[in-house]
Every structure is written in C-alpha cells, then in structure tokens.
Design a protein around this ligand. Structure first.
Ligand SMILES: [Zn+2]
Length: 476
C-alpha cells in the first residue's frame, strides 16, 4: 500500500530576554544549580507573577515575520500537572487565546520550488526546571524554571522528514534574523517535538499520531521521523496499526536509532486548563503593535534583494541567507569592496570547506574583512585564484594580515609589463618557427606561448596580462 506521511511540528524557542517571563531572575545558562531563583519561580505561596513586556514584543515580531494574526488580547492559563521540576504544580501557558495565530512559513526545495506550511499558533509559556539524575539519587535545578518560551505549532502540512527539516531550518533562521532567540539546539533553546502519523494515499482523515520528543539536532529529527514512519507503515501492513500506533509520547534513542514508548499522551482536557487568576489578560495597544511590527529584513527578502541587486544565482542567494551569520559575513565582504560573485565562491565553497572541529564563521581566524581582501587581491591581479587558496590555508592557521601572508608565501604575481615582455621576447626568439606558423594562421599555437610564458615565470605572471601582451606581440 502507498502511504502518505502527515507531520506536525511543535517548536519550543527560548526567547532571549535578560530576565525570566514572570520575575526578574536572570535567564543565563550554565550557572550553579538553584542560584537564579526567587519566590516567584520557586512557586512559593503568595508570590505573584508579573509579565515581562519584552516577551510580548518578541512574540509580535515573530507573528509579523510569519504573516500571522496578532491577538491584541490574549490570556494566560494554568496547565495543571505534577512533576518534580514544576514546583507550582502547574505551568503558566496560553490555551484558547494565544498571542499569535494563523501564520505561515514558506519552505524552499533544492530545485527552487517552494511550499507553504501553515502555522497554527505561537503561544507564550514558562519553562520548567530540570531533573538531574545521579545513579539512584535525583536532583532538581530550578534555574530554568520561568524562562520564557514561545511554542510555535505548525499545521499538519509536512509530508516527509525532509520537509520537516526544511521547515525547522527556516524557522530557526527567522528567529535568528529577528534576534528574538539564540535558537541554540545544544543548549536547548530550540527544541522540537514531532507529531507523526500515516494514512493511505488519497485519504484525508487524520489517524492517531505519535509524538516524538528529545529531538535536538536536524539530523536526528530526520532520522527519528524516518524510523517512526517505517514503524507505523509496518504496523499497518501487519494489520496491527490500531494496537501498535496509539496516542503516546515516544522518545528517540540516538544510539539505537529508534523511537520507543515513554508514556501515554494526555488529552488537553486532562490538564484542566483555566485562566490564571494571578495574571490579567495581555492587552496590546495599537501603538505597541505598530512599533513591534517593525522588524529586520528576513531571509526571503534578503535573498530576493541579493539576486536583484548583485545578479548572483538564486541558489547561491538561498545558501547565503540560510543563516544570519553567513548573510552578515557576505554583506560585510560586499561593503569591503569584494565582487559579489567571487565572494559567493570564496565564502560558500573555499572558507566553508575549511571550517571544521568547532571552527565556525563566528570564530574563524579569517573574518569577513580578511576574506574580502583576499578576493580583492585576486580581482586586482596581485595573486592568482590558485595562489589565493594557499593564502587562505595559511591564514586559517596564522593570524597575520593578508598582504603579509602573500609576501611570506612569495605568491605575488608579476604584473610588471617589462618583466613579462622580456620573458615573451626570449620565448619568441627560441621558437621563431612557431611564431611564423602562428602568424601564418595556426592560431591554436597561442596556448603554447601562454603555457611557455607562465612556465618560465614559475606561475607568477599575471595570466590575463600575459594574454594581452602575447596577443599584441604575436599580432605585430
Ligand atoms: Zn525568579
């Protein structure tokens, strides 16, 4: 049987505010356990939450970026459940009326085609603490309790693990462009749960879905979804779909590359949501809405502008704008005067190809200004493209200037006409027969003269100047 895959994603993005969502404790990561806590985030009786205005502003920015409706009145609810990392016995979240509803994210395929993925909602909530297990003893760290999260829920529009990853990468880029979340997957500030089900092709019904948790890299998200689709398809074909695929939370095991049942999934009714009596409805004034809707240029807009203004290829523009770091790097190179097309190659192929072992665009010893200068030294004829690769290799290891590197490596091209002409004269004298043949019409001998001149200069002559000078000498 042919199956269609139905995936919906829930992303928890940690908003990059300095303080927590309902108190003034810092949100810093990696501090001593239970040092960034107060009576509010510890859930002590009588402590009252006060909403951090920044989280509202950042949510509106996201809503604007994904063409969503911003609810000027939204409500905080209590989501009731018990867990040791949740001292109040409830999590403050949004339920019926979230701050952001009905948006969209456009994903881009390799071949240049696009697809619209609906975003059901984005709502604000507080994060829980963390349980830390040491053998038979468990500890609770509440530093993270009360950290602001924006939960972004997609419509079940995704049809493959590839589409799921494209969606997540796009959302990740949007959050980073807006600078509303670090979206650091290792530190857990961009976490994803995937709801996965299958159905016979052509069927429009939604079947029971399994929710996969613990997905903290794009690679594992893809693998976990593929595993789950395989498991469900087999269950269907074996006639045990109803008993095998149940509403539950499944954990993805990285080492075994499999998902396994963690717990049965509660229906939302079981959380007994009700409006939090300690918090007033969130009201966004028209003035605030207008002010927060002013957002930076987004990946798609930047992509279109780069194609339009610099004539670079659509594909290259997509690669460059896929992350804010790369886009910023590229635009800095252009501002430094490097050519747009050469900059694409030197950034996306040459520099990217040399990044590994924790070296990234942000910490590489070659920054945008240096790489721009390497490109400019090719463009002004100081070094050849081949020599520039050596210069880049050298600069990845040593923190010296571009010109020092060229000097030290002895890679400066000879562009001085006198030096090149004396080589050309010598070669023409030694090959008088070939000169005569060339002048009699055997034009393909031109390549021979170029090759000889370059060889004689040990590759240091500027090839375009060699071409020009040879032409004028041979055509005399
Ligand atoms: Zn606190």
């Amino acid at each position: 049987m042919q199956f269609e895959v139905v995936i919906g994603l829930e992303v928890h993005a940690q908003l990059n505010t300095k303080t927590k969502i309902f108190c003034s404790c810092p949100t810093s990561f990696g501090d001593e356990p239970n040092t960034n806590v107060c009576e509010v985030c510890l859930g002590l009786p009588g402590a009252l939450p006060v909403l951090n205005k920044e989280v509202v502003k950042k949510s509106i920015a996201l809503g604007t970026a994904i063409n969503a409706t911003i609810n000027q009145k939204s409500i905080f609810n209590r989501k009731n459940y018990f867990y040791p990392d949740l001292p109040k016995g409830y999590q403050i979240s949004q339920f019926e009326i979230p701050i952001v509803e009905s948006g969209e994210i456009i994903i881009d395929f390799e071949d240049g085609s696009t697809k619209r993925i609906g975003v059901t909602r984005a709502h604000l909530e507080e994060d829980a603490g963390k349980n830390i297990h040491h053998g038979t003893v468990s500890h609770v760290d509440l530093n993270r309790a009360g950290t602001p999260l924006l939960e972004i829920v997609s419509d079940p529009d995704l049809r493959s693990s590839e589409e799921a990853v494209l969606y997540l990468k796009k959302l990740h880029a949007i959050l980073r462009y807006l600078d509303i979340s670090d979206a650091n997957m290792q530190e857990g500030s961009f976490r994803c749960d995937a709801n996965v089900s299958i159905r016979p092709k052509g069927d429009t019904k939604l079947y029971t879905r399994a929710e996969i948790k613990n997905l903290n890299s794009f690679k594992f998200i893809q693998k976990a979804i593929d595993y789950e689709v395989q498991r469900q398809s087999e269950a269907w074909e074996d006639g045990v779909y109803e008993t095998e695929v149940v509403q539950e939370t499944r954990l993805y095991d990285i080492d075994k590359n499999e998902t396994r049942s963690m717990r049965s999934k509660e229906d939302s009714a079981e959380y007994r949501y009700f409006p939090d009596p300690d918090l007033l409805p969130v009201l966004v004034s028209d003035e605030m809405l207008t002010a927060c809707r002013v957002i930076p240029e987004l990946p798609d807009q930047k992509k279109e502008r780069l194609v339009r203004d610099y004539g670079i290829k659509e594909y290259d523009a997509r690669v460059i704008t896929s992350s804010v770091e790369m886009a910023y790097f590229y635009e800095t190179m252009l501002r430094e005067g490097a050519g747009a097309k050469n900059s694409v190659t030197w950034l996306t192929v040459e520099l990217q190809g040399r990044l590994s072992n924790g070296v990234t665009l942000l910490n590489a010893s070659v920054d945008a200004i240096k790489l721009a200068l390497i490109v400019k030294r090719i463009e002004d004829g100081t070094i050849s493209g081949k020599a520039a690769k050596e210069v880049l290799d050298y600069l990845m290891e040593k923190r010296v200037s571009v010109d020092e590197a060229i000097e030290t490596l002895g890679l400066k091209q000879v562009s001085d006409d006198g030096a090149i002409l004396s080589i050309i004269d010598a070669i023409m004298q030694a090959n008088a027969d070939k000169v005569a043949e060339y002048r009699a019409g055997k034009e393909k001998l031109f390549g021979f003269f170029v090759g000889q001149t370059m060889k004689e200069s040990k590759g240091a002559a500027n090839p375009s100047r060699v071409n020009e000078l040879l032409k004028s000498k041979l055509d005399q």
